[in-house]
Design a protein around this ligand. Structure first.
Ligand code: NAD
Length: 291
């Protein structure tokens, strides 16, 4: 299959490389990043689409997706799959899908979970929104780039699933970190705290699989000086997308709103930029109730 790939950054490059390794003819384009080995470089986004059965995008945000989509949709033949794996706002995903459908393309919004490690290992999870036909068209590439693809319904629903999941993740990480900081001040040993919570009703992925306390639980970014992992900056992006979506549909999300504000403070006014999102723990550790 000939596959076009636009956006070859931290995530896109290993995803495109895996498609090429699996034997597909992959043509790629990025405004800055070089093509990974095995991927043929095109000089612009339109050339990527020539003869492609599926075009995949992995871009920073919704505005860039809209700009790229406007450029490439006229260059794609009817029946081509247009798979956007970026994390973007639901509105942009739905607007782009509508334009693509008008051009008789098969659009899917398919944001991922699994991070750079999952992209390199080909073990991403895809959350996909689009028609059954469009999902089926994208499925063979999902199978190479990931280990699971969930069809979440119509256009935009992949993005909806992603931001709802990450809103829970951000809220839960904050809860886990503030509980560790409270336990410290109460004189409760961190290992004892982990042993209790990880097997009690407070358990969660953030406690059990990605524990923010160094030396406790399975290996996590906390054991590596809070090098990401999943950067606090990306968590902030996803929390803001969740609040943008909540505003658009008048959903009451007070905890999501609080989490977005806390990560904004951490990333933009403290030392959170470039650190893993679990570095909220040393932040809480160093503070009292008054800040
Ligand atoms: P990145 O910044 O490393 O890569 C984005 C790439 O897009 C860059 O190389 C950039 O040059 C390129 N680009 C920008 N404008 C372009 C254009 N007009 N045409 C072609 N290329 C263009 O970001 P990333 O970490 O690879 O993330 C990509 C997407 O995946 C984001 O939406 C992000 O939120 C999402 N995501 C990232 C992670 C992660 O752990 N990094 C995890 C899940 C989802």
């Amino acid at each position: 299959m000939k596959i076009g790939f636009i956006g070859l950054g931290n995530m896109g490059a290993p995803m495109a490389a895996n498609l090429a390794t699996a034997g597909h003819e992959v043509v790629g384009f990025d405004v800055i990043a070089p093509c990974p080995g095995g991927v043929t470089s095109a000089s612009n986004a339109v050339d990527v689409c020539e003869g492609a059965e599926v075009v995949i995008t992995m871009l920073p945000n919704g505005q860039i997706l809209r700009d790229v989509a406007r450029e490439i949709i006229p260059a794609m033949s009817p029946g081509t799959g247009f798979v956007d794996c970026s994390t973007v706002d639901v509105e942009s995903a739905r607007a782009v899908a509508e334009q693509a459908e008008q051009a008789r393309l098969l659009p899917v919004d398919a944001p991922v979970s699994g991070g750079v490690g999952g992209a390199a290992a080909g073990t991403l999870t895809f959350m996909a929104g689009g028609s059954a036909e469009a999902f089926a068209k994208a499925q063979p590439s999902f199978e190479i780039m990931g280990q699971k693809a969930v069809h979440c319904g119509g256009s935009g629903n992949g993005q909806a699933a992603k931001i709802c999941n990450n809103m829970i993740l951000g809220i839960t990480m904050i809860g886990t970190c503030e509980a560790f900081a409270l336990a410290d001040k109460l004189g409760l040993d961190r290992q004892a705290m982990f042993d209790v919570v990880s097997t009690s009703s407070g358990y969660s992925w953030t406690m059990n699989a990605y524990c923010p306390a160094p030396g406790i639980g399975p290996q996590s970014p906390a054991d590596n000086g809070y090098q990401p992992g999943f950067a606090a900056d990306l968590m902030l992006k996803d929390l803001r997308l969740s609040q943008q979506a909540a505003e658009a549909v008048d959903a009451d999300t007070p905890m999501g709103n609080a989490a977005a504000k806390l990560y904004a403070q951490f990333v933009e006014h403290e030392d959170g930029a470039g650190r893993d999102f679990s570095a909220m723990l040393p932040r809480f550790e160093a503070r009292g109730r008054g800040g």
